[in-house]
Design a binder for this molecule. Structure first.
Ligand SMILES: NC(=O)CC[C@H](N)C(=O)O
Length: 361
C-alpha cells in the first residue's frame, strides 16, 4: 500500500538569524528573526489580545512602537488581502512574539506573516519569553527599545515628535453618501472608522490633521466633526487642537476616538498624561457612568485623560484601573471615547457609539 510522504514546506527550514531586543535600561532579549533584517528603534509596548495582528500592525496608532504580542502563537492564520487591513501598510516599527508559525491556515490568507514583514521592511523577533518581557514593562513602565542585528542603532523616542503629521492623509477625500457630512480629521485613522460610517449612510470628508476646516473656501459643507485615533503624544498635534477648539466654539457636534479623546480634552481645557504601560487588548472593561453597564472594548493607547475639561463629565471609566475612558459635555453634543468603537480587531459591542453620535447631528 502506498504511504503518503508528508513534506514540510521549505519555509519551515529557513536559516536561523539571530537578533536582539535591547531595552533602554540595558535589559536584553535574544531572539530569532522572522522579519526584515535591519535594526529599528521605538517604544516597546505589549498587547494582550489573542487575535488581530493584521489589523494592529496596520493601525497607524502603532507608529513608533515595537509591538509585543503576549498571546503565544502568531502567524497561524496568515495575512489577509490589503482591503482587510487598517491602512495600506504596516505602521508598527517592529514585532516581538513568543512562537512564530510559518504554516498559516485560513481561507483568506494570502501570504505568511514573515513574508509580509519582509515585504514591508519591518523587523520581527521570536524571543520565547514574552512573559518576562511583559512583566518587565509592567513593573518598570513603558520604555524605549531597539531591535538590532549586526549594526547598532540609536534609541528613538516617538513621544517627542509629531508622528500624526507623518501618518495623516495629504489630501481631502469624499466618500460615502447621505444627507449629512462628517469631517473626519485624519490623525492616522483606521479604515474601519470610515467603513462604520459608510454603513450608516453619511458622507465623509476625510481631511489632513492640520487642514483648516474653517477657511472660507473649503470645498464641502460639514455638519459634524470626528477626530480619529493616531500615534504618539497628543500634545504635539497643536494644529488639530486649534481646529477642534474652533469647532467647539461654533457648537459643531464632535466625536473623538482614542487620540481624538485626548485632542478633544486638550482643546476643551483638560489635560492628558502618559500611563505607566497603557492599555492594549480587546477585552478592556469600561463602565458607562450613571448606568450599570460594562462594555468589553478594544484599546491601544499609552496616554490618558488625566484631567476632565470644565463642563465635561466622565462618560466611561476603566473597571480594571479606574482610568478615564471617555468624556461627554454636560449640555452640548461634544463627546469622545478612549476605546475603539470601530473595533478591528475586537468586539463590536460599542459600535452603537456611532449611532448615538449621528442621532445628535
Ligand atoms: N489608538 C490611539 O489613538 C492612541 C493614542 C495615543 N497615541 C496613545 O498612545 O495614547
Amino acid at each position: 500500500m502506498h504511504t503518503p510522504v508528508l513534506t514540510r514546506p521549505d519555509s519551515i527550514q529557513r536559516p536561523l538569524r539571530h537578533g536582539k531586543l535591547i531595552l533602554e535600561d540595558g535589559t536584553q532579549f535574544e531572539g530569532r528573526s522572522f522579519g526584515y533584517e535591519e535594526g529599528r528603534s521605538g517604544e516597546v509596548v505589549f498587547s494582550t489580545g489573542m487575535v488581530g495582528y493584521p489589523e494592529s500592525l496596520t493601525d497607524a496608532s502603532f507608529a513608533g512602537q515595537i509591538l509585543t504580542l503576549t498571546y503565544p502563537l502568531a502567524g497561524n492564520y496568515g495575512v489577509p488581502s490589503q482591503d482587510k487591513w487598517e491602512d495600506n501598510r504596516i505602521h508598527a516599527t517592529g514585532l516581538i512574539v513568543s512562537n512564530y508559525i510559518d504554516t498559516p491556515s485560513h481561507a483568506q490568507s494570502t501570504m505568511t506573516l514573515s513574508e509580509w514583514l519582509k515585504q514591508q521592511k519591518v523587523p520581527a523577533l521570536e524571543v520565547k519569553d514574552t512573559r518576562l518581557l511583559t512583566q518587565h514593562i509592567r513593573n518598570h513602565g513603558a520604555m524605549l527599545a531597539k531591535i538590532v542585528f549586526d549594526e547598532d542603532v540609536p534609541f528613538f523616542d516617538p513621544n517627542q515628535s509629531n508622528l500624526i503629521s507623518q501618518v495623516s492623509t495629504r489630501e481631502v477625500t469624499i466618500s460615502g453618501d447621505g444627507p449629512k457630512t462628517i469631517a473626519l480629521l485624519d490623525c492616522g485613522a483606521k479604515k474601519n472608522i470610515v467603513r462604520c460610517l459608510q454603513r450608516r449612510n453619511v458622507r465623509i470628508a476625510t481631511v489632513p490633521w492640520d487642514y483648516n476646516l474653517f477657511a472660507p473656501d473649503i470645498p464641502f459643507h460639514f455638519d459634524a466633526l470626528l477626530i480619529s485615533n493616531g500615534p504618539g503624544n497628543p500634545k504635539t498635534a497643536t494644529a488639530t487642537i486649534q481646529t477642534i477648539r474652533t469647532a467647539l466654539e461654533q457648537k459643531i457636534p464632535t466625536l473623538g476616538i482614542c487620540m481624538g479623546n485626548h485632542l478633544l480634552t486638550l482643546a476643551a481645557g483638560g489635560d492628558t498624561s502618559k500611563m505607566k504601560f497603557g492599555h492594549r487588548s480587546q477585552n478592556q472593561p469600561c463602565i458607562m457612568q450613571d448606568s450599570p453597564r460594562c462594555y468589553i472594548t478594544t484599546q491601544n493607547h499609552g496616554f490618558v485623560v488625566s484631567e476632565v475639561p470644565p463642563d465635561f463629565k466622565p462618560w466611561f471609566i476603566n473597571a480594571n484601573d479606574g482610568s478615564n475612558e471617555g468624556i461627554m459635555h454636560v449640555s452640548q453634543p461634544f463627546m469622545s471615547v478612549q476605546f475603539h468603537p470601530e473595533a478591528a480587531p475586537g468586539p463590536v459591542d460599542t459600535e452603537w457609539i456611532f449611532d448615538y453620535f449621528l442621532e445628535k447631528i
